[in-house]
Write a protein that binds this ligand. Structure first.
Ligand code: AMP
Length: 542
């Protein structure tokens, strides 16, 4: 017997319809690539998204075709999120930090038909335009006054002209909820990047779970500033979650430095934010140097790479900003686990609670996980045994776009490529990415733990731990450190800092100092580059 409830498909358009209807006067504030601040409401956003949906139709974009963006976080990008997916096409967010050859590979692989871009990316688009012949139309996300006199981009249109020439008389189509809605490519540190194709259904289920109190905890009373870019796994779903709950949104545009962010946090009374640890390092350094505070911010989500305990400590104790440590990946839409408390943790000491928050956390509803050894045997949840982390879920990938790489699943589970342990309460702790693990005499050493210890040293700005060749042990840890400006730190002082904080045989064999740790396109440390740089490093213990 079937249930007798209404059959309403889970569609992305329903989010903006809801936000307009019940939170129509709630603001969306953006720092634009043009340099000024723009503000309007959910009602305005919905109206312009409908005009844009008509405009896309006018450009000949068909259902299932890909529309690409090269854009910062801003209101026009948000309009595209809804107009493209809501109208039945596929929103493809490109990471502008990728090199031009990877970018053109991705555009051609995705067969993007139209490409929308922010003013800042004009020089980049002038380079890639001739490499992407399948793109029928290029649109500058600005007004006619900003249209450049370029001959390198054929038939360039302005976004505002495009919208102005269409009406908002548009009914969102009743699509099948399993239809594809958006596309993100993985960072692809080895081999070509692969596409992850989300559906309306997976996006909506991810949005519900993400809004939960033990998820990112979004509410209508929040003012949310996603620092995480809208080209990095849909800003972790925040542009959808904000609509679902009707929260005010603040988009930082290209201004991701400490001052620009802090100014927006204060002037717009931001209550929550989200980003990778490297962004928060910059913000904290600015706030520390200028002896500032966060007067409205209550919590921040930190993920994408391990959040160092020292960062949790300073945000919570010095600035009264609660840290929500989250783990996930592009293939999971991206949220997998969040480190949020259970009743039994209420009377734990602050140190114990912070240590728990240093774990990557427990799964949100809709995610299942397990750890297995190299033979695929399931390992116990005792907080000690560590192995390969496998996941499954409503918003987890089943196969890559165009089936690149064949079937990625193992008995129905997706192998994350991460190595982790899980404690009896289901809290996962990631010890490493499998390709970053250091294997010393056949035993694994977790580089994340070693980096976290180094990051707690007051002179360290950033630290990465990589494997260096050792004639006896095969590999031993080498610590690469970028010092804070003006700070003094010697190799011996750094190594002495490890005494008593980890097993003796885990302590790095050597320390090298660099001006800066190289970062990848999503702000994560590029260990591949460091391994290449230090491949001939002679350890003093060798
Ligand atoms: P991406 O798909 O580019 O976002 O990368 C996903 C990968 O980032 C994961 O498989 C992890 O290796 C890493 N990652 C994400 N969140 C965390 C976290 N909280 N701690 C450590 N690593 C993380």
């Amino acid at each position: 017997m079937l249930g007798q409830m209404m059959d309403m498909p889970l569609l992305i358009s329903s989010l903006i319809v809801h936000a307009d209807r019940y939170h129509g006067d709630t603001e969306i504030v953006s720092r634009r690539a043009e340099g000024d601040i723009h503000r309007y409401t959910y009602h305005d956003a919905h109206q312009r998204a409908r005009r844009l949906a008509n405009a896309l139709h006018g450009l000949g974009v068909q259902r299932g075709e890909r529309v690409a963006t090269l854009a910062w976080n801003g209101y026009r990008h948000m309009e595209l999120y809804y107009a493209v997916s809501g109208g039945g096409a596929i929103m493809h967010t490109l990471n502008p930090r990728l090199p031009a050859d990877q970018m053109s590979y991705i555009i051609n692989h995705a067969e993007d038909r139209v490409l929308f871009f922010d003013l800042s990316f004009l020089p980049l688009v002038e380079v890639i335009a001739s490499l992407c012949p399948a793109i029928k139309c290029w649109v500058l996300m600005s007004d006619r006054a900003h249209l450049p006199a370029t001959t390198k981009i054929p038939g360039l249109l302005s976004y505002e002209d495009l919208i102005d020439s269409h009406s908002d008389d548009y009914d969102w189509p009743a699509l099948d909820e399993k239809m594809a809605s958006s596309l993100c490519y993985t960072s692809g540190t080895t081999g070509n990047p692969k596409g992850v194709l989300y559906s309306h259904r997976s996006t909506l289920l991810h949005t519900f779970a993400g809004c939960l109190p033990d998820g990112l905890n979004c509410a209508a009373s929040d003012v949310i500033l996603p620092v995480v870019p809208m080209f990095h796994v849909n800003a972790w779903g925040l542009p959808y979650m904000a609509c679902m709950v009707g929260a005010k949104l603040v988009f930082p545009g290209p201004g991701l430095d400490g001052k620009s962010l802090h100014d927006l946090f204060e002037t717009e009374k931001v209550t929550m934010s989200a980003g990778v640890p490297t962004v928060w390092l910059g913000l904290l350094a600015y706030v520390e140097t200028n002896k500032l505070k966060f007067s409205s911010m209550r919590r921040t989500v930190i993920g994408g790479s391990a959040c160092p305990p020292a960062m949790i400590n300073i945000f919570q104790r010095k600035y009264n900003v609660h840290v929500v440590h989250a783990w996930g990946m592009t293939e999971m839409s991206p949220l997998g686990t969040v480190a949020s408390f259970k009743p039994k943790h209420a009377d734990w000491t602050e140190e114990q609670r912070e240590a728990l928050q240093g774990r990557q956390g427990r799964p949100l509803y809709g995610v299942d996980m397990k750890i297995v050894d190299d033979e695929g045997k399931t390992l116990p949840w005792d907080g000690k045994a560590f192995g390969n982390l496998l996941v499954k879920g409503h918003a987890t990938l089943a196969s890559y776009f165009k089936n690149d790489g064949g079937d990625p699943l193992q008995d129905g589970w997706f192998p994350t490529g991460d190595v982790a342990n899980i404690d009896a309460d289901g809290f996962m702790r990631m010890t490493d990415r499998s390709k970053d693990v250091i294997k010393s005499g056949g035993e694994w050493i977790g580089s994340i733990d070693l980096e976290n210890i180094a990051m707690a040293h007051p002179a360290v700005a950033m630290a990465a731990c990589i494997a260096a060749f050792h004639p006896k042990w095969d590999e031993r840890p080498l610590l690469v450190v970028a010092k804070k400006p003006g700070a003094e730190l010697t190799r011996e002082q750094m190594l002495a800092f490890y005494e008593g904080k980890t097993a003796k045989w885990w302590i790095p064999d050597d320390v090298v100092f660099v001006d800066a740790i190289p970062l990848g396109a999503t702000g994560k440390m590029l260990k591949t580059r460091l391994r290449e740089q230090f491949k001939d490093h002679k350890l003093p213990t060798a």
